[in-house]
Write a protein that binds this ligand. Sequence first.
Ligand code: SF4
Length: 185
Amino acid sequence: MSADAGYYSGLTYKFIEEENIDVYLPESRFEKETKRGRLVYDRSNFRYNNQKDEYICAEGKKLNFAFNGIRNGVKYKTYKARECKNCIRKSECITKPTAKNRQILIYENDEFKKKMREKLSTEEGKRKYSLRLKTVEPVFAQIKYIMGFNRFLLRGLDKARVEFSLVCTAYNIKKIANYIKPATI
Ligand code: SF4
């Protein structure tokens, strides 16, 4: 299965991992970083010291555990630095203009994110993920922009399902008609 980053959420990754489904689904951050080039000081540049439960940045400064949190059903731990004031890397490392010190959020599913990034970076991963560009995406584009179906006329899930089934049926008939056309001419 593959889907674009719009379908990403921490909970989705959690579900995929728990159910052991073979999915090609980037997180939004991965897509941004791939397009713009990797961030110089993303989380992977901080080394973890598990004996002290702290991270060490590229400048050798400590980021201590600050608090636990939960976002969209996924738990995370926040680590904060205290000595960023005079750091020569500050402008590259801290992107938030109002922040005085760097902090990093470590999510419980970060390891799974890492594996997904690795999987999407392989040749096979790139090939499988890009397949959706020529299979699923054109269908949405044709239905929305050529057939003009850009909003539902009916309300309620059941009615919308019926309406969309009719749209899909029309689309499939169109496809079949295009496919058999050369043979009948
Ligand atoms: S800004 Fe802070 S966390 Fe970032 S490299 Fe400098 S000292 Fe380390």
